[in-house]
Design a binder for this molecule. Structure first.
Ligand code: AMP
Length: 211
């Protein structure tokens, strides 16, 4: 059974590769960042609680995010799963591994993309308000999603200053997970530069080796 976590800096293509992997392996998927943004948009109690973290580029507290993931996992423990954006700290990774309310992952896929490339991606990144696809707009700054025609929107937290804060958090708090998962033999590091098709071809090859 596959239980996969996806790790990578902001704009490394986690969301996109996660959608493709979800289609390939047919696994229930939780994007913690997506879930939190939705709560903020809906103005729920949880949304109000996390809004300031998201808008300042900070991580939300471990206890809060772990509770959310625990509740989700309790409903998806039979099938295997795919997590986009969790764990993001050593405390989260250790809890996922040993806490009986969680299930340990079988694989950690880590996407690596240099910072200068991430900054270029942030400027052109949009999310479809209807189907949730993440796309990169060209010089014509197109307004509608190619897949479903929905409206393309910039993420509220996608300005350069916010990106740099998120990237600094990632380097300090999430990068250590590479060593953590390498040490327990679960790490698959992928070069995340290049097109979505190129990156996915490498991931796909891990599950269906072409010989
Ligand atoms: P993402 O969509 O994965 O870039 O996440 C957007 C934001 O959600 C992050 O910048 C954090 O504020 C918050 N977030 C998502 N997942 C986590 C997590 N596992 N731990 C702490 N904060 C998180």
């Amino acid at each position: 059974m596959h239980r996969i976590v996806l790790i990578g800096p902001p704009a490394s293509g986690k969301g996109t590769q996660c959608r493709r992997l979800q289609n390939l392996l047919n696994l229930p998927t939780l994007g913690t960042g997506k879930l939190l943004r939705k709560e903020v948009e809906l103005g729920t109690q949880l949304g109000l609680e996390v809004e300031s973290y998201l808008s300042s580029g900070a991580y939300v507290p471990d206890a809060l995010i772990m509770e959310l993931v625990k509740n989700w996992m309790a409903r998806h423990s039979e099938s295997g799963w795919l997590l986009d954006g969790f764990p993001r700290t050593l405390a989260q990774a250790e809890a996922l591994e040993v806490d009986v309310s969680f299930q340990a992952p079988t694989l950690a896929i880590a996407l690596e993309v240099p910072q200068h490339e991430l900054e270029q991606r942030i400027a052109s990144r949009r999310e479809c308000a209807d189907c949730g696809a993440t796309v990169s707009v060209g010089p014509s700054n197109e307004k509608n999603c190619k897949e479903c025609g929905g409206l393309l929107e910039s993420r509220a937290d996608d300005d350069l200053e916010n990106f740099r804060r998120r990237f600094a958090n990632y380097s300090e708090l999430t990068q250590p997970l590479f060593d953590y998962y390498a040490a327990n033999g679960k790490l698959l590091t992928i070069n995340g530069s290049g097109t979505s098709d190129e990156v996915f071809a490498v991931i796909n090859n891990h599950f269906h080796p072409s010989g």
